[in-house]
Each structure stands twice: as C-alpha cells, then as structure tokens.
Design a protein. Sequence first.
Length: 142
Amino acid sequence: MKILRVITIILHFVVGLFGLMGGSVAVLSPDQPFGISPEVLKNGPFTNFLIPGLTLFIVIGLGHILTAVTILRKTRYYPYIQGILAALTLGWILIQCWVMEEINGLHITIFALGAVQGINALMVIYRERMFPFTLKILRNVK
C-alpha cells in the first residue's frame, strides 16, 4: 500500500498546483483570466473571476497542498481531510461546469482525480477501521 500512498500524495500536489495556478491567474486578471470572457459566468452569482479565483486558490490549491502534507506526516485524521478535499474538488468541478455550461478535458481530468482521492480516502478509513461510529452496536443486536 506504500505505492498507493505515494501516488495519493502526488495527486494532491498536482491538483493543488493546478488550483494555485488557476486561482492566481483569476485573481490577478479577474476580467479575463486565460482569455476567458466573464460572459461564461452568466449562470452564477459573479460578474468576474475574483471570488472564484480566490476560492480556487485557497480551497482547492492550498487545501490540496496542505492535505498532501498531512498524508506525508501521517496525521491521525488525514483520511477524513483527504475525503473532504476530494468532495470539495468534485463539487467545485460540477458547479464550474454548470455555471460555465461547458465540460472540457481539464474538467474531466480533475473530476477523475478527485474521485480517485475520495475512493482512496474511503479505502484507508475502511482498512484502518476509522469509522466515525463503532459497529459494536450491530454486533450486540440479536
């Protein structure tokens, strides 16, 4: 399982770097990051990319980098943190696709990486018996 842990750490760094890069470009050029017109935000509450860029930078970018560090340090609750970040990533991509009315290769790639991270978090929680509740209750029921 050591190779799976290394792959997971790398995935978190990759998604985090994408978040940091995309978020910083959106914050520095909120009216047309990467040449994208603010018209694509017509289904959302924003008129430019400043707030989405800050969210992308902080939540997805820094969040995934910090999650990779928690996995490296083997902190006690890292599978939960990993699962939460995976869910946030999946939610981010779904909302982004809905607001922009577009699905491209990068969306699919980041969604797939988030799904892999979430499945891995569930596997670790199951393997390490880290459920937030005990199943002893079920064993005592006859």
